[in-house]
Design a protein around this ligand. Structure first.
Ligand code: SAM
Ligand code: SF4
Length: 475
């Protein structure tokens, strides 16, 4: 049964998800199987990879035992993410023994970080392909079929895959990710992304709008514009066509104008870059969801400085205040790291007090995992014992649980405009969808004319920590 998981930026439930197309695999074609790990960008990239492979004669399968090619699109953000992939690879060893012609490829951030070392370390791997080299996959597969290992981890300053129409896999047919930029120019000291995904580059606005228009024409009703730092989206003015530069605020407005029935979300915003202009565009268009993922990482200015986040606690709080002033009731979410180098109990208390102030609807919370090659690894000692990192994480999680439940309870008695994404997980007598502020809403089916992709006004009558329940309003 359909599950409501697509619009989360990093979703534990989706880690290792195998993609499948709705159409049946053509038996005469070679079949590939792809699993994705990590953030939404990786899941979106797998749809680009699927498009490249399907245009080159492959069909997709959801069963790795029947595949000719197994691909893992990997994440390097924390050590645990890499260990999960290593463990998964060992499970393919047996299949490869039984089917020696089977190729196994590693894509994404781990491929970029480890390069050909991967092939030395994991003998069963035939292909290692970095995030900017997916166009070369068909050629690399041919090489690997002839017995050579295929490796391409070149990073690019231009590649955006803007001209490739992603194949929507495992789609609910209502919500979709649209990648608007790649890479990252920020140098947060804990983060491996600038090294694995390269320099920041923005995708041409016309191809983004075209993708959103096509999605809408095909019945999709929500797009999430994706980038590591969407607020620094910028395409330059073109002297040849006279077109002006496009900022993120301009792009958001263009996407909002595709149709008032197309909901628009975006992720991730960096606190240093989100502008009033963006907030005013959000205010102007009802179909831009009033929800901002604004990761803070820590509540302590001293730690933020060491993390190279380039803002202080006070600056972050002033951004939150500005959002609340321009967009009252706007939902907020964050990412948090506990136990970063030198973090004291006082720093940790500041994180907790900041969370109390911000009242996040959703938080992705982690304990610090030192990554090889990052600024923090080179500059600082990873000196907080794991049990302290974990204890602080538990405190952050416990506080967040209380706050998010309180946030859900505040919705009871209000009316939410829900975009229906499918049947509820538990019963096909109920619809499930999301409110504008990204909360899952479940309600009984009463009106026959409603279907996936319809909007419904729902009176919220009760809630759990993760779901709002309600009744459809007869209007
Ligand atoms: N670009 C986004 C931003 O700046 O907020 C986030 C990108 S990163 C893929 C997602 C989250 O992973 C980060 O916000 C951070 O909380 C977490 N993260 C990154 N590196 C980490 C590390 N070394 N240890 C623990 N968490 C980490
Ligand atoms: Fe990593 Fe910072 Fe870039 Fe986000 S903004 S991807 S945390 S370097």
């Amino acid at each position: 049964m359909f599950e409501l998981t697509l619009s989360k930026v990093h979703n534990e439930e989706r880690q290792g998800e195998a993609f499948a197309c709705l159409t049946k695999a053509d038996q005469s074609k070679k079949k590939f199987y792809i699993e994705s790990y990590g953030c939404a960008m990786n899941f979106a990239d797998s749809e680009v990879v699927a498009s490249i492979l399907m245009n080159n004669g492959f069909a997709v399968t959801q069963t790795f035992e029947e595949a000719d090619l197994i691909l893992l699109n990997t994440c390097s953000i924390r050590e645990k993410a890499e260990l999960t992939v290593r463990k998964r690879l060992t499970e393919f060893r047996k299949v490869k023994k039984e089917n020696p012609g089977l190729l196994v490829g590693v894509l994404g951030c781990m491929a970029e970080r480890l390069k050909s070392k991967f092939i030395e370390e994991e003998k069963l791997v035939d292909l290692v392909v970095g995030p900017d080299a997916y166009r070369t996959l068909p050629g690399l597969i041919e090489e690997a079929e002839s017995g050579q290992k295929g490796v391409n981890v070149l990073l690019s300053r231009e590649e955006t895959y803007g001209d490739i129409a992603p194949i929507r896999l495992n789609s609910n047919g209502v919500t979709a990710f649209v990648s608007i930029m790649r890479g990252c120019n920020n140098m947060c000291s804990f983060c491996v992304v600038p090294f694995t995904r390269g320099r920041e580059r923005s995708r041409d606005a016309k191809s983004i709008i075209k993708e959103c228009e096509d999605l809408f024409a095909n019945g999709y009703r929500e797009v999430t514009l994706l980038g590591q730092n969407v607020d620094s989206y910028l395409t330059p003015a073109l002297s040849t066509s006279g077109e002006g530069a496009v900022t993120f605020a301009n792009l958001l407005e263009k996407v909002a104008k595709v149709s008032p029935l197309l909901r628009v979300r975006f992720s991730t915003s960096h606190p240093k870059d989100i502008t009033d202009e963006v907030l005013f565009v959000m205010k102007k268009y009802d179909n831009i969801c009033k929800y901002i993922h604004l990761p803070v990482q820590s509540g302590s200015t001293r730690i933020l400085e060491m993390m190279n986040r380039t803002y202080t606690r006070e600056w972050y709080i002033s951004k939150i205040n500005r959002i609340r002033e321009i967009l009252p009731g706007c939902g907020l979410s964050t990412d948090m790291i506990t136990g970063f180098c030198t973090e004291t109990e006082e720093d940790h208390e500041e994180t907790l007090s900041l969370m109390k102030y911000c009242e996040y609807e959703l938080a992705y919370m982690y304990y610090y995992s030192e990554r090889p090659g990052t600024l923090a690894e080179r500059k600082y000692k990873d000196d907080i014992p794991e049990e302290i990192k974990k204890r602080r994480l538990q405190e952050v999680i416990a506080l967040h649980r209380i706050q998010s439940l309180a946030g859900m309870q505040k919705e009871v008695g209000k009316t939410a405009k829900v975009l229906i994404e499918g049947n509820s997980k538990k019963s096909d007598m109920h619809w499930a969808g999301r409110s504008d502020n990204n909360k899952v809403v479940v309600f009984a089916k009463t009106k026959n004319e409603l279907s996936k992709g319809s909007y419904a006004d729902v009176l919220i009558t009760e809630c759990t920590a993760g779901t709002l329940m309600g009744e459809i309003l007869q209007n």
